[in-house]
Design a protein around this ligand. Structure first.
Ligand code: ADE
Length: 418
């Protein structure tokens, strides 16, 4: 088996981390048991490009239990946990091509090695596998039955490919499942972003002004958690409905130019480019911290930040201090990459449980339906969402009510009014 990881000797620690995560991933464990019996992915080759974490290890283990042959590469050069990568290779016998802090060239080499496996199914977090196939390895597409996409940014990229009629095979938008984005994006990003900022800096949130750029599910979650820690929140948005929602959720809403001189900590969660740029850096307070929790490292204009700085020093791991020409200092965290995965461990396993249950069932859906699927982006079915939510509730020991016959009838009638 070909693979490329930092050091197989790290696997002992990685194995313990994987087992720890497994204890909080009951839905995935249920699916794994079912997969072991039914082998719904028998002999399918799955190429996955995901953050290489202990939660992902449990996902690839589940896919293998379903009969699939899996290879894994990283979806971000700084999120790979080398000990986990080693254990996936050594203990789970699954090929991994990922090394923490790999450069851009190695990152794409690993994506290509994963694709050399000639997958039937691709599984992406950010669409780097699909975009590499579409840009450089189109010949692989004819044998691909379908793919799945984990994150908002990836779904946006893939919908744009589909709209231009260039998408070469069907994709399941796992991100858009309710049991994914309501929980993973909101509670997962919310907590892990805060975790990343705290682990990197050890700052006290209470009394700080935190500027949250973007009020999608990730921004909503982070704003809520930061408020819980006693921070004062300012939200910036371009969508009027979301801006209004933020206001009515009790947050201040301002433009970034207005917020720039007020913020102590800025976090971008928009999925768009150059949210923090020169005009904002120049207005910021001395010592303002900037970080990003959106998928790509494009949200903070780091190139310009470097250009307008006289000096850059590393003050702690993952913390760089830029001294601007106006003598004020701006602190950049985690090189502007996903703060929650780079400075912390990503979303907790409890929430990845539902996201990866969706990923596993998306593969089964592709395996069963690939002959009838068109080259477009599909949503996860409502039945899948319901199944995953019920399994999660069951694992938490929570029962819910059922509609009575009378209630069902009432909901399906139009005659009964006042
Ligand atoms: N995305 C966000 N958090 C993650 C985690 N813990 N594992 C894999 N992918 C993630």
């Amino acid at each position: 088996m070909k693979y490329e990881v930092k050091n197989l000797k790290l696997s002992t620690k990685g194995k313990k981390k994987i087992a720890w995560a497994a204890k909080q991933m009951d839905v995935l464990q249920e699916i794994k048991k079912d997969f072991q019996k039914k082998k719904p992915l028998k002999n399918l080759r799955i190429a996955a490009c995901l953050h290489v974490t202990s939660e992902t290890a449990n996902l690839v283990d589940t896919l293998k239990a379903g009969g699939a042959k899996v290879t894994l590469c990283a979806s971000n050069p700084l999120s790979t946990q080398d000990d986990v990568a080693a254990s996936i290779v050594k203990d789970l016998k699954i090929a991994v091509f990922a090394i923490y802090n790999e450069n851009r060239q190695v990152y794409y080499k690993h994506i290509n090695q994963t694709l050399d496996f000639k997958p039937h199914i691709t599984m992406d977090d950010g669409a780097d596998l699909v975009s590499t196939i579409h840009a450089q390895r189109k010949n692989l597409a004819k044998n691909i039955w379908g793919g799945s996409e984990e994150t908002t940014t990836g779904v946006i990229r893939l919908k744009s490919l589909a709209q231009q009629k260039k998408l070469l095979y069907p994709i399941i938008a796992v991100n858009d499942a309710q049991t994914k984005h309501f929980f993973d994006n909101r509670y997962g990003t919310g907590q892990s972003t805060l975790d990343g900022i705290i682990r990197a800096t050890n700052v006290l949130l209470a009394g700080k002004t935190v500027v949250v750029a973007g009020y999608g599910w990730c921004g909503r979650g982070f704003a809520q958690k930061a408020r819980g820690m006693g921070a004062k929140i300012i939200v910036t948005e371009v969508d009027p409905v979301k801006a209004l929602e933020a206001l009515m959720d009790g947050f201040e809403v301002k433009t970034m130019s207005e917020a720039a001189p007020l913020g102590d900590i800025f976090c971008t969660l928009t999925g768009n480019i150059h949210i923090l740029r020169k005009e904002h850096f120049n207005k910021m307070k001395d010592g303002a911290m900037v970080c990003n929790s959106g998928h790509f490292d494009v949200e903070i204009d780091i190139k310009t930040l470097k250009k307008i700085s006289n000096k850059v020093i590393q003050v702690r791991p993952l913390v760089e201090e830029f001294t601007l020409k106006n003598n004020k200092r701006i602190i950049l965290l985690a090189q502007g990459r996903l703060i929650n995965l780079v400075a912390a461990e990503g979303h907790p396993a409890t929430v990845m449980d539902m996201s990866f249950a969706n990923q596993s069932l998306a593969c089964v859906f592709i395996a069963k339906n690939h002959k009838k699927l068109e080259k477009k982006v599909y949503d996860v079915s409502e039945q899948t969402d319901i199944k995953i939510a019920l399994l999660k509730l069951k694992s938490l020991g929570i029962k819910i009510d059922k509609l009575t016959t009378e209630q069902k009838k009432y909901l399906s009638s139009w005659e009964i009014g006042t």
